[in-house]
Design a protein around this ligand. Sequence first.
Ligand code: NAD
Length: 502
Amino acid sequence: MPDGKTKKAQHKNLIGGRWVAARSGKSFENRNPADSSDLVGTFPASAAEDVKDAVEAARLAFQTWRLTPAPKRAEILYRAGELLGQRKEEYAQDMTREMGKVLEETRGDVQEAMDTAFYMAGEGRRLFGQTTPSELQNKFAMSVRMPVGVCGMITPWNFPMAIPSWKLFPALVCGNTCVIKPAEDTPLSTYNLVQTLMDAGLPPGVANIVTGFGPEAGAPLVEHPDVDAISFTGSSEVGRMVGQTAAANFKPCSLEMGGKNAMILMDDANLELAIEGALWGAFGTTGQRCTATSRILLHKKIAKQFTAMLVERTERLRVGNGLVKGVQVGPQVNAQQIDTTERYVAIALAEGANLLTGGKRLKGRAHSNGHFFAPTIFSGVKPSMRIAQEEVFGPVVALLQFSSFEEAIGIANGISYGLSTSIYTRDVNRAYRAMRDLEAGITYVNAPTIGAEVHLPFGGVKQTGNGHREGGTGALDFYTTWKAVYVDYSDKLQRAQIDTGE
Ligand code: NAD
């Protein structure tokens, strides 16, 4: 049992390598969204004083961690990746219990953390800079990556191990120390991740966890003057506040936020393939992915046929506790999230969309103790309707129609978000035009809007992000700062750009 737990699963913060309660002694409960009688554990309800302790511990640890050779830092990540592999089933079960998505998906979440560990471990022997000629004789010029310092991280609940790993692993391999504030719905998966790092040999204070709610524990982390950079993933609403606070202190800040992702089906699409993609994209993770397929744009010629196929397959989806074999769609994460879904169903109906299936909470024996919502499809949706513009973050998909490729691109782009997009077509020219013209950080061809791989850049444009990327080398760019180094071996003062007019 990890050191952070007692037998009653009363968890503590991890600060400077020690497990400590919140100074106030307050805690909150983490309950299973599929069965609210199942208490997963209690966690510290931290406040600014706890954040302060964690930042101090991270600052102290930075002095030695930044001097640890990057390949040695990487070895710890590699070992952590191996340990995660050994613990995958246990951690996946914990994750399904705390946030609901089905076991196949929570295993995938742990797998994503493993992939990130191995990828970032490789970076320990790269972290490339540049060498370049100097404009002066007997002078050497290069650029090197330096760690940023103490990094504050705030994460959402829908990928409770993968997203913390996207932040922690690149930050650590680059020589930073970290304080992470996980979402209040899913602290256990972050504990499991950081515990694994500690077991792999991460020194005390290099990664610290402070649990609690956004305004009480998240905001002080953003505001703390000794936090050098902030990485946030969550809603655009909270991201805006985080970004404004960070900007006031000139703090580098990476914001990864919401999406309203469109799948375009041209009239030459392979419809059988597209159905599989639509079901997975719209209802995987109960629609609670930032990349979820929440709009399906149908060419008029195939709209009727595809809609009938989609409704029929959606009604066959098995909704229930994600720990039960055969269940395909889990619960929503909490009461607030299911209220939001219900509210959007009412809004869509009021705006004149046609409810084809779902649209209601699921009751009955298998669903009585959890936040279950029937997979929901609306047709007749107009691009300006709120159900076509705003993120629901639930198992709801809006069907829209178009008559030409250009119109489809216009509808897909006509929103304030820009995370993921997809097009189903067999026409290579159209596919390439879509890759060029869709305003999004990610475009899939003949696949749904979900399914990112960790070594490619992840993030979006418009109100989805502020220009940074997780995954790929973009993560290294965020967690390092460039230093230009000049070495003059001429033994005389050489003045760059000085023009004596001779
Ligand atoms: P949220 O914005 O409510 O919370 C995210 C985190 O911010 C939580 O840890 C929360 O405690 C914290 N927080 C809340 N108020 C805060 C404040 N005032 N100051 C500092 N921190 C605060 O989001 P959520 O409900 O956890 O997650 C769902 C959202 O996340 C969706 O909008 C989804 O699209 C987005 N998301 C984006 C990505 C991406 O990479 N683009 C990935 C996953 C989820």
